[in-house]
Design a protein around this ligand. Sequence first.
Ligand SMILES: [Ca+2]
Ligand SMILES: [Ca+2]
Length: 526
Amino acid sequence: MTFTRSWTLLLAAALGLASASAQESWSPARQKLTPAVQRALGSGASTVRVLIRMRGQRGSAPVGQLSAADAAVRMALRREEARRAAAVLLSELASRPLASSKATPLAPGVRASVVPAAPTPRAQELWIANSVLVDADPALIRELAGRSDVERIYRDVRIQAIPRQELLRKAGASALAAGSSWAVDKVRAREAWSKFGGRGEGVVIGHIDTGVDAAHPALDGRVLRFKDFVNGKTAAYDDEGHGTHTAGSICAGGDGIGVAPGARLIVAKALDAEGSGELSKLLAAMQWMLDPDGNPSTNDRPAIVSCSWGVDRKQMKDIGSEDTFFWDAVQAWRDADMLPVFASGNAGPGAEIIPAAYPIALAVGATDLADAAPGFSTGAETAWNGVTYTKPDLAAPGHGILSTAPGGQMRSLNGTSMACPVVAGIAALIKQARPRATASEIERLLITGAVDLGEPGKDTRFGLGRVDALASVTAASATVAPAPAPTPVVRPAPSTGSDAVKTRLARGVLMLVVGLVAAFGLQLFF
Ligand SMILES: [Ca+2]
Ligand SMILES: [Ca+2]
């Protein structure tokens, strides 16, 4: 979005020009339904949980340089735009007579509904993707598809977001009493610690996975915040083990397990004991990362988010969804100046795993002790909107990686899931060395320090190279002057006026909207 567009939308909304219409005939409206929704209707399902994406906001902007203030304004505008786009629909849903008594309740731990005590179908805002989640019967789905303010309707399907062979219980990994991870030495993290005296202290990393065993001795004090999107529990736990392992690679203490043992985690459990999860829960977890304390006026979002999960691009189509499903959410992180680090996948060369394959995600492939790429590590030339990109972007140790396991254990595992947190940990060391570094600058410093492997330059096995903490932190420390405050370029737009004036106007409108929200006591979600 642009500030110009924000301004136009907000102005239009303020003037009451935005309105919903259900004038379209069913045939074109049906095209708004993803194949999964069409199949559900065809099968005679009485209730289908759907994600309704509203028109208005689209997150297709290229990555731009942002200041912290720009990021805060942009995030607030995104939230308000999404709320505005969904306001009419939500109010109508809230007052709608119950069409079906078979609507299932929302998952535990999900706070929802625009109006307290709203009758079902209850709706949950997922403003990160300009979407609303609702349990709807076929009649309601058809009605929704006919609305002019509705762009697309997805079925909320469950995906296997962590490959089964990577799961702890199925991996047959042997428990080890102690030891250190070769990854920490390979990326020269110890040398970075000793040379610069920091281990990521003061840096917060987001972590979306199967949870975390926060009581593990090596993770003591590392978990700053935990939210369970699967079972609604309040205390941190991990009923699979994958999340505890990836968390450990980021920041476990002890004898060289975590790359940044001074960093702390904000943990979202969005994947269940089978390593799978619903699309809506992943979106909700991604949204929560933007504002973990639920107070938009505080910037408590993590600088970096580590995501050792994904789904095959083709599979998203096979299950009747779309390969761009997570795009808006990843872009929202970028807009909020958060670095999205994703495992590139374990499907081998040629596959495309999303969100890692998105050009706006930082995809991490795996290397082994000899700096070779294991066969499972995914990389490919990937095309989006007619432009081809090479993935992964970087590589990191992801073979025979020792890390924490639930119950105070240590285990060794293979996977790009293990490589991803190594990069997130180095990003934390960079952020500590240069606190004002934006997400884009952190990314650039990761690349600057990487050791090119394989074919010269970027390739589909190693990306731009295997990360090196010492080189990256050295570069971060050596850069004396921070980059000049960038113009918030989100999308190329004709220069018809002063960007500064537009920004001031946008901020003025934002303050007005926030004031109105406060005055009318509307609930802000998450
Ligand atoms: Ca906050
Ligand atoms: Ca190369």
